[in-house]
Design a protein around this ligand. Structure first.
Ligand code: ADP
Ligand code: MG
Length: 288
Protein backbone atom coordinates (compact mmCIF):
# COMPACT_ATOMS: atom_id res chain seq x y z
CA UNK A 1 0.00 0.00 0.00
CA UNK A 2 1.07 3.58 -0.59
CA UNK A 3 2.02 5.14 2.74
CA UNK A 4 0.84 8.62 1.67
CA UNK A 5 -2.68 7.47 0.87
CA UNK A 6 -2.86 5.63 4.17
CA UNK A 7 -1.78 8.74 6.02
CA UNK A 8 -4.54 10.67 4.28
CA UNK A 9 -6.90 8.02 5.63
CA UNK A 10 -5.69 8.49 9.18
CA UNK A 11 -6.09 12.25 8.77
CA UNK A 12 -9.74 11.84 7.71
CA UNK A 13 -10.15 9.55 10.70
CA UNK A 14 -9.15 12.40 12.97
CA UNK A 15 -11.77 14.60 11.32
CA UNK A 16 -14.41 11.94 11.94
CA UNK A 17 -13.44 11.83 15.60
CA UNK A 18 -11.35 8.67 15.59
CA UNK A 19 -7.71 8.67 16.58
CA UNK A 20 -5.92 6.05 14.50
CA UNK A 21 -2.47 5.11 15.81
CA UNK A 22 -0.51 4.82 12.59
CA UNK A 23 -1.27 3.93 8.97
CA UNK A 24 -0.78 0.14 9.33
CA UNK A 25 -3.94 0.02 11.43
CA UNK A 26 -6.08 0.69 8.35
CA UNK A 27 -4.69 -2.48 6.73
CA UNK A 28 -5.63 -4.58 9.78
CA UNK A 29 -9.10 -3.07 9.83
CA UNK A 30 -9.87 -4.25 6.33
CA UNK A 31 -9.78 -7.96 7.22
CA UNK A 32 -11.96 -7.76 10.34
CA UNK A 33 -15.12 -9.92 10.20
CA UNK A 34 -16.09 -10.12 13.88
CA UNK A 35 -16.59 -7.36 16.43
CA UNK A 36 -16.64 -8.04 20.18
CA UNK A 37 -18.36 -5.28 22.15
CA UNK A 38 -17.88 -4.75 25.87
CA UNK A 39 -21.24 -4.02 27.48
CA UNK A 40 -20.78 -1.51 30.29
CA UNK A 41 -19.50 1.87 29.13
CA UNK A 42 -19.34 0.75 25.51
CA UNK A 43 -22.80 -0.43 24.35
CA UNK A 44 -24.31 1.28 27.42
CA UNK A 45 -23.47 4.74 28.75
CA UNK A 46 -21.77 3.28 31.81
CA UNK A 47 -23.35 6.04 33.88
CA UNK A 48 -25.11 3.87 36.39
CA UNK A 49 -27.77 5.14 38.78
CA UNK A 50 -28.82 3.62 42.08
CA UNK A 51 -32.45 2.46 41.59
CA UNK A 52 -33.48 0.43 44.62
CA UNK A 53 -32.38 -1.01 47.94
CA UNK A 54 -33.76 -4.20 49.52
CA UNK A 55 -32.94 -5.23 53.09
CA UNK A 56 -33.71 -8.18 55.30
CA UNK A 57 -34.37 -8.33 59.03
CA UNK A 58 -34.11 -5.10 60.98
CA UNK A 59 -31.44 -3.49 58.85
CA UNK A 60 -32.47 -0.06 57.53
CA UNK A 61 -32.00 0.90 53.88
CA UNK A 62 -29.98 3.89 55.02
CA UNK A 63 -27.59 1.70 57.02
CA UNK A 64 -27.13 -0.61 54.04
CA UNK A 65 -26.38 2.29 51.69
CA UNK A 66 -24.03 3.93 54.22
CA UNK A 67 -21.91 0.80 54.62
CA UNK A 68 -21.87 0.02 50.90
CA UNK A 69 -20.91 3.57 49.91
CA UNK A 70 -18.17 3.69 52.56
CA UNK A 71 -16.55 0.59 51.04
CA UNK A 72 -17.06 1.72 47.44
CA UNK A 73 -15.30 5.06 47.98
CA UNK A 74 -12.13 3.08 47.34
CA UNK A 75 -13.28 1.64 44.02
CA UNK A 76 -13.38 3.21 40.57
CA UNK A 77 -15.92 0.76 39.16
CA UNK A 78 -19.05 2.40 37.65
CA UNK A 79 -21.20 0.42 40.12
CA UNK A 80 -19.14 1.88 42.98
CA UNK A 81 -19.61 5.39 41.64
CA UNK A 82 -23.39 4.91 41.42
CA UNK A 83 -23.51 3.76 45.05
CA UNK A 84 -21.30 6.60 46.33
CA UNK A 85 -23.38 9.15 44.34
CA UNK A 86 -26.58 7.62 45.77
CA UNK A 87 -25.30 8.16 49.31
CA UNK A 88 -24.20 11.73 48.50
CA UNK A 89 -27.67 12.53 47.10
CA UNK A 90 -29.19 11.26 50.35
CA UNK A 91 -26.70 13.48 52.25
CA UNK A 92 -25.24 10.55 54.12
CA UNK A 93 -21.93 11.01 55.97
CA UNK A 94 -19.68 8.04 55.35
CA UNK A 95 -17.79 6.27 58.15
CA UNK A 96 -14.06 5.62 57.98
CA UNK A 97 -12.88 2.38 56.43
CA UNK A 98 -9.70 0.34 56.77
CA UNK A 99 -8.07 -2.42 54.71
CA UNK A 100 -9.90 -1.74 51.45
CA UNK A 101 -9.63 -4.66 49.03
CA UNK A 102 -10.94 -4.85 45.52
CA UNK A 103 -11.77 -8.12 43.73
CA UNK A 104 -11.91 -7.14 40.04
CA UNK A 105 -15.00 -8.53 38.32
CA UNK A 106 -16.58 -9.45 41.66
CA UNK A 107 -16.74 -6.55 44.11
CA UNK A 108 -14.91 -4.93 47.00
CA UNK A 109 -14.61 -5.09 50.78
CA UNK A 110 -13.23 -3.10 53.73
CA UNK A 111 -13.38 -3.01 57.52
CA UNK A 112 -15.79 -0.61 59.21
CA UNK A 113 -15.06 -0.64 62.96
CA UNK A 114 -14.55 -4.36 63.60
CA UNK A 115 -16.69 -5.73 60.83
CA UNK A 116 -15.73 -6.79 57.35
CA UNK A 117 -18.21 -5.21 54.91
CA UNK A 118 -18.41 -6.67 51.40
CA UNK A 119 -20.22 -5.34 48.32
CA UNK A 120 -20.55 -7.39 45.16
CA UNK A 121 -21.58 -10.67 43.57
CA UNK A 122 -23.27 -13.48 45.53
CA UNK A 123 -20.13 -15.62 45.11
CA UNK A 124 -18.24 -13.29 47.51
CA UNK A 125 -20.50 -14.25 50.44
CA UNK A 126 -20.74 -17.34 52.65
CA UNK A 127 -24.49 -16.95 52.58
CA UNK A 128 -27.10 -14.86 50.82
CA UNK A 129 -30.70 -14.97 52.05
CA UNK A 130 -32.96 -16.54 49.36
CA UNK A 131 -35.36 -13.58 49.59
CA UNK A 132 -32.52 -11.30 48.43
CA UNK A 133 -31.62 -13.65 45.58
CA UNK A 134 -35.27 -13.70 44.45
CA UNK A 135 -35.40 -9.92 44.71
CA UNK A 136 -32.26 -9.62 42.55
CA UNK A 137 -33.74 -11.91 39.88
CA UNK A 138 -36.78 -9.63 39.52
CA UNK A 139 -34.73 -6.44 38.99
CA UNK A 140 -34.06 -4.97 35.56
CA UNK A 141 -30.56 -3.68 36.36
CA UNK A 142 -27.46 -5.09 38.03
CA UNK A 143 -27.96 -6.10 41.64
CA UNK A 144 -25.03 -6.35 44.07
CA UNK A 145 -25.22 -7.62 47.62
CA UNK A 146 -24.02 -5.94 50.80
CA UNK A 147 -22.94 -8.09 53.72
CA UNK A 148 -21.30 -8.09 57.12
CA UNK A 149 -18.74 -10.79 57.97
CA UNK A 150 -19.70 -12.89 54.98
CA UNK A 151 -23.48 -12.76 55.38
CA UNK A 152 -25.37 -10.73 52.76
CA UNK A 153 -28.10 -8.61 54.36
CA UNK A 154 -29.02 -6.15 51.62
CA UNK A 155 -29.20 -5.84 47.85
CA UNK A 156 -28.61 -2.66 45.85
CA UNK A 157 -29.75 -2.37 42.25
CA UNK A 158 -28.04 -0.02 39.82
CA UNK A 159 -29.21 0.58 36.31
CA UNK A 160 -27.42 1.49 33.16
CA UNK A 161 -28.93 2.70 29.90
CA UNK A 162 -28.12 1.51 26.40
CA UNK A 163 -26.71 4.44 24.38
CA UNK A 164 -29.48 5.58 22.05
CA UNK A 165 -27.05 5.32 19.12
CA UNK A 166 -25.97 1.71 19.82
CA UNK A 167 -28.68 -0.20 17.96
CA UNK A 168 -28.27 1.69 14.68
CA UNK A 169 -24.47 1.55 14.99
CA UNK A 170 -24.57 -2.24 15.45
CA UNK A 171 -26.96 -2.61 12.48
CA UNK A 172 -24.42 -0.69 10.42
CA UNK A 173 -21.57 -2.98 11.53
CA UNK A 174 -23.68 -5.93 10.37
CA UNK A 175 -24.27 -4.17 7.04
CA UNK A 176 -20.47 -3.86 6.75
CA UNK A 177 -20.35 -7.67 7.03
CA UNK A 178 -19.28 -7.94 10.68
CA UNK A 179 -20.77 -10.35 13.22
CA UNK A 180 -21.29 -8.63 16.60
CA UNK A 181 -20.70 -10.29 20.00
CA UNK A 182 -21.49 -8.87 23.44
CA UNK A 183 -18.94 -9.48 26.22
CA UNK A 184 -19.46 -8.74 29.92
CA UNK A 185 -18.67 -9.71 33.49
CA UNK A 186 -22.30 -9.05 34.31
CA UNK A 187 -24.99 -11.70 34.82
CA UNK A 188 -26.81 -13.63 32.09
CA UNK A 189 -30.15 -11.86 32.51
CA UNK A 190 -28.71 -8.36 32.36
CA UNK A 191 -26.42 -9.24 29.45
CA UNK A 192 -29.29 -10.81 27.46
CA UNK A 193 -31.56 -7.84 28.08
CA UNK A 194 -28.95 -5.41 26.67
CA UNK A 195 -28.21 -7.78 23.75
CA UNK A 196 -31.91 -7.93 22.89
CA UNK A 197 -32.17 -4.12 22.91
CA UNK A 198 -29.38 -3.83 20.35
CA UNK A 199 -30.27 -6.88 18.25
CA UNK A 200 -27.40 -9.23 19.18
CA UNK A 201 -28.59 -12.88 19.27
CA UNK A 202 -28.34 -14.71 22.63
CA UNK A 203 -25.88 -17.18 21.06
CA UNK A 204 -23.39 -14.32 20.61
CA UNK A 205 -23.51 -13.16 24.24
CA UNK A 206 -20.59 -14.01 26.59
CA UNK A 207 -21.59 -13.18 30.19
CA UNK A 208 -20.08 -13.75 33.67
CA UNK A 209 -16.62 -13.43 32.11
CA UNK A 210 -13.98 -12.57 34.72
CA UNK A 211 -11.70 -9.62 33.80
CA UNK A 212 -8.68 -11.94 33.45
CA UNK A 213 -10.64 -14.09 30.99
CA UNK A 214 -11.95 -11.42 28.64
CA UNK A 215 -8.98 -11.81 26.28
CA UNK A 216 -9.69 -15.57 26.06
CA UNK A 217 -13.05 -14.90 24.44
CA UNK A 218 -11.12 -13.03 21.73
CA UNK A 219 -8.59 -15.88 21.42
CA UNK A 220 -11.36 -18.49 21.05
CA UNK A 221 -12.91 -16.55 18.17
CA UNK A 222 -9.47 -16.20 16.54
CA UNK A 223 -9.00 -19.97 16.83
CA UNK A 224 -12.23 -20.27 14.82
CA UNK A 225 -10.35 -18.30 12.12
CA UNK A 226 -12.23 -15.09 12.79
CA UNK A 227 -10.47 -11.75 12.47
CA UNK A 228 -11.55 -9.92 15.57
CA UNK A 229 -12.06 -6.28 16.46
CA UNK A 230 -12.64 -5.60 20.16
CA UNK A 231 -14.30 -2.44 21.46
CA UNK A 232 -13.95 -1.59 25.16
CA UNK A 233 -13.43 1.11 27.74
CA UNK A 234 -12.28 -0.43 30.99
CA UNK A 235 -9.09 -1.52 32.71
CA UNK A 236 -10.67 -4.96 32.40
CA UNK A 237 -10.71 -4.70 28.63
CA UNK A 238 -7.01 -3.85 28.13
CA UNK A 239 -5.75 -7.42 27.58
CA UNK A 240 -8.63 -8.20 25.22
CA UNK A 241 -7.97 -4.99 23.25
CA UNK A 242 -4.32 -5.99 22.90
CA UNK A 243 -5.18 -9.59 21.92
CA UNK A 244 -7.67 -8.53 19.24
CA UNK A 245 -6.57 -8.08 15.62
CA UNK A 246 -7.92 -4.56 15.98
CA UNK A 247 -8.48 -2.86 19.35
CA UNK A 248 -10.80 0.13 19.63
CA UNK A 249 -11.11 2.07 22.91
CA UNK A 250 -13.78 4.53 23.90
CA UNK A 251 -12.13 7.93 24.47
CA UNK A 252 -14.41 8.34 27.49
CA UNK A 253 -12.84 5.25 29.06
CA UNK A 254 -9.71 4.53 31.04
CA UNK A 255 -6.13 5.40 29.98
CA UNK A 256 -5.06 1.75 30.11
CA UNK A 257 -7.73 0.83 27.56
CA UNK A 258 -6.69 3.69 25.27
CA UNK A 259 -3.00 2.70 25.55
CA UNK A 260 -3.81 -0.90 24.54
CA UNK A 261 -5.92 0.05 21.53
CA UNK A 262 -5.09 0.70 17.86
CA UNK A 263 -7.90 3.20 17.49
CA UNK A 264 -9.35 5.61 20.06
CA UNK A 265 -12.94 6.72 19.45
CA UNK A 266 -13.25 10.37 20.42
CA UNK A 267 -17.06 10.42 20.22
CA UNK A 268 -18.98 8.53 22.90
CA UNK A 269 -20.86 6.31 20.47
CA UNK A 270 -20.39 3.06 18.57
CA UNK A 271 -21.04 4.71 15.22
CA UNK A 272 -17.37 5.72 15.29
CA UNK A 273 -16.52 1.99 14.93
CA UNK A 274 -18.42 1.82 11.63
CA UNK A 275 -16.78 5.11 10.57
CA UNK A 276 -13.30 3.71 11.23
CA UNK A 277 -14.00 0.46 9.36
CA UNK A 278 -15.79 2.19 6.49
CA UNK A 279 -12.98 4.72 6.19
CA UNK A 280 -10.20 2.13 6.03
CA UNK A 281 -12.01 0.13 3.34
CA UNK A 282 -12.60 3.28 1.31
CA UNK A 283 -8.97 4.39 1.65
CA UNK A 284 -7.62 1.00 0.63
CA UNK A 285 -9.98 0.77 -2.34
CA UNK A 286 -8.62 4.08 -3.62
CA UNK A 287 -4.99 3.00 -3.44
CA UNK A 288 -5.18 -0.66 -4.51
P1 ADP B 1 -18.36 -5.33 32.89
O1 ADP B 1 -17.76 -6.42 32.05
O2 ADP B 1 -19.83 -5.25 32.66
O3 ADP B 1 -17.67 -3.99 32.63
P2 ADP B 1 -16.99 -6.13 35.47
O4 ADP B 1 -16.22 -7.31 34.97
O5 ADP B 1 -16.22 -4.92 35.83
O6 ADP B 1 -18.23 -5.77 34.47
O7 ADP B 1 -17.80 -6.60 36.79
C1 ADP B 1 -18.62 -7.75 36.75
C2 ADP B 1 -19.55 -7.80 37.95
O8 ADP B 1 -18.77 -7.85 39.19
C3 ADP B 1 -20.45 -6.61 38.11
O9 ADP B 1 -21.63 -6.73 37.34
C4 ADP B 1 -20.74 -6.66 39.62
O10 ADP B 1 -21.73 -7.63 39.92
C5 ADP B 1 -19.42 -7.11 40.21
N1 ADP B 1 -18.54 -6.00 40.63
C6 ADP B 1 -17.35 -5.66 40.09
N2 ADP B 1 -16.79 -4.62 40.74
C7 ADP B 1 -17.67 -4.24 41.71
C8 ADP B 1 -17.67 -3.22 42.74
N3 ADP B 1 -16.68 -2.35 42.91
N4 ADP B 1 -18.75 -3.18 43.54
C9 ADP B 1 -19.77 -4.06 43.40
N5 ADP B 1 -19.82 -5.02 42.48
C10 ADP B 1 -18.79 -5.14 41.64
MG1 MG C 1 -16.74 -1.67 30.42
Amino acid sequence: ATPTALLVGTGRGAQLGTLIKGPQVLEDTRRVDTVVLDKTGTVTTGELRLRSIAVRGRLSKKAALTAAAAVEQGSEHPIARAIVDGAALARIDLPRIRDFQSSPGEGASARIKDTEVTVGKAALFESVDPTLVEHAARQAGTTVFVGWDGVAEAALTVEDTVRDTSRAAIDRLRALGLTPYLLTGDSASNARSVAEQVGIPASNVRYDVMPADKHRVVTELQQQHKVVAMVGDGVNDAAALAQADLGLAMGSGTDVAMDSADIVLMRPDLDAVGDAIGLSRETLRVIK
